[in-house]
Design a protein around this ligand. Structure first.
Ligand SMILES: C[S@@+](CC[C@H](N)C(=O)[O-])C[C@H]1O[C@@H](n2cnc3c(N)ncnc32)[C@H](O)[C@@H]1O
Length: 251
């Protein structure tokens, strides 16, 4: 197993063993996220009148796949966390969404016809094992898209000075029976994310801690890589410190 394989396995295990079961609760209100993405795609003019294909890389429970299917796309949603794909299928009902359990780096293995649209949202690119793998994915995106096709990514802007001391503890969400906190360790170009979950069971609090490594990826590197692949790129500010990168392949 290569070092990259080991890192991918660690992220997958983290989602399988801890994050997958609480992801939608952590995100907060699925409906709110679904509405925000519906509005974002409308603002970007992302819609399909001819039932074209779209790929959602790191789809999670479907906050993007569902709005895209409603905007007329035939969606392939790729994620390596089966629990989240099951949740997506339950939410999708009759919508045309094909779910695939695989590494997003292999997304092009599942292409039948060149997609009109590829999205990778919610800071998913930083889950890849290295910036080289991000570049490799962006190369595949550019090669796979149909002429004039689009790529949309949302990424966190990590350019601010890393937090120190107590500021490294981030209270994410809490309810009567659950508390979710992150502890962030910035190490050069990577961040070790320790997810801390307290759950109240039969009146007693139970603690679970699990960690994974993500990239402290400069979104400008993503923009530069897309330019290098001959794509036109726009950016717009997203919510909560995110940046939306919207790129188009030449027609
Ligand atoms: C931060 S979540 C984003 C989910 C969704 N796009 C959203 O915005 O809510 C990242 C998702 O990507 C998936 N993921 C991360 N790395 C992956 C990889 N290498 N291959 C497949 N799925 C991956 C995780 O299982 C998780 O569902």
């Amino acid at each position: 197993m290569t070092d990259a394989d080991r890192r991918t396995r660690a992220v997958k295990d983290h989602y399988d063993e801890m994050l997958g079961s609480v992801y939608s609760w952590i995100v907060g209100d699925f409906e709110a996220s679904y509405r925000a993405n519906t509005e974002l795609f409308a603002t970007l003019g992302v819609r399909s009148n001819r039932n074209q294909t779209a790929f959602d890389l790191g789809s999670g429970p479907g906050c993007q796949s569902i709005p895209l299917a409603e905007a007329g796309f035939r969606v392939t949603a790729i994620d390596f966390c089966e629990e989240l794909l099951v949740e997506l299928r339950q939410r999708a009902g009759e919508l045309t969404i094909n779910t695939v359990n695989d590494d997003i780096l292999n997304f092009d293995d599942h292409i039948v016809e060149p997609p009109e649209l590829i999205v990778c949202m919610g800071d998913t690119l930083v889950h890849l094992p290295s910036a080289d793998e991000v570049d490799s994915l962006l190369g595949k995106v550019s090669n796979s898209l149909s002429a004039g096709g689009r790529f949309v990514a949302s990424l966190r802007d990590y350019s601010a000075t890393p937090p120190e001391g107590p500021a490294r503890f981030v209270p994410v969400r809490s309810s009567d029976n659950r508390i979710f906190t992150c502890f962030l360790e910035f190490r050069g170009d990577t961040i070790i994310v320790h997810d801390i979950l307290h759950t109240r069971e039969n009146g007693h609090w139970r603690l679970r801690v699990s960690c994974y490594q993500k990239l402290r990826l400069d979104y400008r590197r993503v923009i530069a890589a897309l330019h290098d692949h001959g794509m036109e790129v726009d950016t717009l500010p997203g919510e909560n410190g995110m940046v939306i990168v919207s790129a188009r392949k030449a027609s």
